[in-house]
Design a protein around this ligand. Structure first.
Ligand SMILES: [Cu+2]
Length: 152
């Protein structure tokens, strides 16, 4: 797990508010580490200890997102879309609607690491708007694997 600890040490710490389930980041380049479907929160993202938090970042922020798949049995993605819930149980992958509304594309999973997990990194510049981060695999978004991503 030392790889994971190092990864978390490199992350930008946002200010979390559990009351309204939000995570706020200031200006400057930032790095987010998102856990995909860890064992204690199946079919959810855990970011900085919060489950599917609403993330607030400033417009123009250069972001690096690292998605770590903690699920040994499923593929997952971290994808941004302007399409909000409810999501179709038939899935979003290849639907066309997903990618047409995507700000920066998709982080799908790379090769398995020595920890037995998968991770992949993507970078983009946040543009003002309201987005949702979702897992685009099968019916995962419909199953609760999403959160709001607000750039202002
Ligand atoms: Cu998923």
């Amino acid at each position: 797990m030392s790889d994971l600890a190092a990864l978390n040490a490199s992350a930008t710490q946002g200010q979390g508010f559990t009351g309204n389930h939000t995570l706020w980041f200031g200006s400057g380049p930032m790095t987010i580490v998102a856990y995909g479907s860890p064992t204690d929160h199946d079919m959810a993202f855990v970011i900085q200890g919060m489950v599917n938090p609403t993330i607030h970042v400033r417009s123009g922020t250069r972001m690096t997102l690292t998605m770590v798949n903690m699920d040994s049995g499923e593929y997952h993605t971290w994808s941004l879309t302007i399409q909000g819930p409810p999501y179709s149980s038939s899935g979003m992958m290849g639907s066309g609607g997903m990618m047409s509304g995507t700000m920066m594309g998709t982080s799908s999973l790379g090769p398995m690491s020595s920890m037995g997990m998968w991770s992949q990194q993507t970078s983009f510049t946040a543009q003002a708007g309201t987005y949702w981060y979702v897992c685009a695999v099968s019916n995962h978004a419909a199953g609760g694997m999403y959160g709001q991503f607000v750039v202002g």
